[in-house]
Design a protein around this ligand. Structure first.
Ligand code: NAP
Length: 297
């Protein structure tokens, strides 16, 4: 059967929605609608700008209107925790939800389940490298929302011997270290300022950029322009996905490091959400082809 060229909206079509503010920049509608269209699934993905105070009403709408689920983005990821009926252990541990699954039972009762698929999306390209990552030294640049998912994922999956967080605002990193103390069984976490991070970066097996530095339109910026600190044998992972090849990744690759781009994680976290809602595997090649014209470099 040839893939459909557009989504057919019928009386049976189940909506999925991105709740955030802003949402206009998001690639999620294109990712998920490409999947629904190519696989001829009876779903449609919308993006709704939901101001901070309106989140409870938006969630009541999900329950009342038979939505299949939702994605949640800034500024609602933390507030969503109080509005769902259940949380996965990942979402609970990180304190943020990026995906809601609306489960409707035979009697029509709706249960909202919150998950954080950033963890699975982030880990996906690292799992084949587990031999060199388990027990290794690592650095995470940044201490925001994405860094929380990254640090939790690294602590629980690879039990690093040292995990250094380089933070511009130390208090955010300290709050994270306190929240994750129970997962830090090897007392691996240490917090440094940006200008103290060089020794940890030189020693690290894995360096993750969890800041927006280098993102379009500021493509000439790098969170770590000291290229001499990168070497073969290291893995450098940039969460920024637009452009796909950031200055950080280009320079790390020139120094012989293995690089992983943020598009891999973006599609991985979307694939996990898509599977939750539809039970199907996201057609990644079609999604990547659909995104290509929108990505820089
Ligand atoms: P966030 O909550 O705003 O956190 C950003 C972090 O970066 C904060 O710690 C911030 O420090 C730090 N930072 C910002 N500019 C900096 C600079 N010039 N120098 C040093 N530190 C700086 O944002 P987020 O949600 O964590 O997102 C971070 C990045 O990850 C974004 O580019 C986002 O698009 C990307 N991301 C990608 C995926 C994916 O699937 N690939 C998923 C999630 C996020 P302060 O605390 O001092 O402000």
């Amino acid at each position: 059967m040839k893939p459909a060229t557009e989504i057919a909206i019928r009386a049976t079509t189940r909506p999925v929605v991105l709740l955030g503010d802003p949402v206009a920049h998001s690639f999620s509608p294109l990712i998920h609608n490409t999947g629904f269209r190519v696989q001829r699934l009876d779903y449609v993905y919308l993006a709704c700008r939901v101001p901070r105070g309106a989140l409870p009403d938006a969630v009541a709408g999900l329950r009342a209107l038979g939505f299949a689920g939702a994605n949640v983005t800034i500024p609602h990821k933390e507030a969503m925790l109080a509005l769902v009926d259940q949380c996965t252990p990942h979402a609970q541990a990180i304190g943020a939800i990026n995906t809601v699954i609306c489960h409707i039972d035979a009697q029509g009762a709706v249960t909202l389940i919150g998950d954080n698929t950033d963890v699975i999306g982030f880990l996906e390209p690292l799992r084949p490298l587990a031999d060199c990552l388990t027990g290794a030294e690592m650095v995470v640049l940044g201490a925001g929302g994405a860094a929380r998912a990254v640090v939790y994922a690294l602590l629980t999956e690879f039990r690093p011997s040292r995990l250094t967080i380089a933070a511009r605002t130390r208090a955010r990193a300290e709050a994270m270290a306190t929240d994750f103390a129970i997962y830090d069984t090897r007392q691996a976490l240490q917090i440094v300022s940006w200008n103290e991070a060089a020794p940890a970066i030189r020693r690290a097996c894995l360096v993750v950029n969890a800041t927006p530095v280098g993102m379009h339109p500021h493509v000439e910026a790098s969170p770590w322009p000291h290229v001499e600190d990168f070497s073969p044998g290291q893995i450098v992972y940039d969460l920024v996905y637009n452009p796909v090849q950031t200055r950080l990744l280009r320079e790390a690759a020139d120094r012989g490091a293995t690089t992983i781009d943020g598009l891999t994680m973006l599609i991985g976290q979307a694939a996990a959400a898509y599977q939750h809602w539809t039970g199907h595997t996201l057609p990644r090649q079609a999604v990547q082809a659909a995104l290509q014209p929108l990505l820089q470099g």
